[in-house]
Design a protein around this ligand. Structure first.
Ligand code: ADP
Ligand code: ZN
Length: 213
């Protein structure tokens, strides 16, 4: 089974992905996590992606499609949660052909609808573990020690693109590029809207009900 989590930054895609891979047999393809690892490792890809990410812009489609292609080849036959990909109509169309080549299909696209007023609060307060990816929030889910991950002991940081000036641009990119992508999936009949302003366990239940796991 292949599913997409699509929604604004801060809408909870990463949190739900982590829940689903823990409870069910999915692998998570988080393009944002892959890019951040590439930056940390200082690879060519990381160098190329960094300036786009720091400005809240999208990394070019051809780069992203290449990353996803490699990932799918390395994970053939597995059930994938696509978290943060596709973000443009061009990426969506490429994904369809990549899956088709593997005789695989896309099952559902979950659109994480959210009140935009909540997003800034969620993103400015968000903290992440650089080692295992656990997601915290200074108010609603703080780690016991501010800088240490409860799960793995890795270091917990404030992502450099989770500051207000960059967030505004990321939200603008979401409207401009991902809005049309959502319309595209609506037209394919695969789109399921879920209400993601709610607590994580309630968001989880909405998705679980649809994929009937
Ligand atoms: P969020 O969903 O909170 O914005 P991500 O970790 O998914 O965070 O993405 C962070 C950044 O990585 C984006 O602002 C963008 O620069 C880049 N990125 C991630 N996925 C894609 C993609 N599919 N296409 C283009 N850029 C991407
Ligand atoms: Zn951790």
């Amino acid at each position: 089974m292949n599913i997409i989590f699509i929604g604004a930054p801060g809408s909870g895609k990463g949190t739900q992905s982590r829940e689903f891979i823990e409870k069910y047999k999915f692998v998570q393809l988080s393009t944002g996590d892959l890019l951040r690892s590439a930056i940390a490792a200082g690879t060519v890809l990381g160098l190329e992606a960094k300036s786009f990410m720091d400005q809240g812009k999208l990394v070019p489609d051809d780069v992203m499609i290449g990353i996803v292609k490699d990932y799918l080849e390395a994970n053939k036959g597995k059930s994938v949660i696509f978290d943060g990909f596709p973000r443009t109509v061009e990426q969506a169309k490429s994904l369809a052909s990549m899956l088709n080549q593997q005789n695989s299909i896309l099952d559902k696209v979950f659109y994480f609808k959210i009140n935009p007023l909540i997003l800034i609060e969620r993103l400015t307060g968000r903290r992440v573990c650089t080692k295992c990816g656990e997601i915290y929030h200074v108010k609603t889910k703080p780690s016991k020690n501010e800088f240490v991950c409860d799960v793995c002991g890795g270091s917990v940081v404030h992502r450099s693109d989770d500051k207000e000036s960059v967030i505004v641009e990321r939200l603008a990119q979401f409207e401009k590029n991902t809005g049309p992508t959502i319309e595209y999936y609506k037209s394919t009949g695969l789109l399921v809207e879920i209400e993601s302003s709610l607590a994580p366990e309630l968001v989880f239940k909405q998705i679980q009900k649809v994929i009937a796991l």
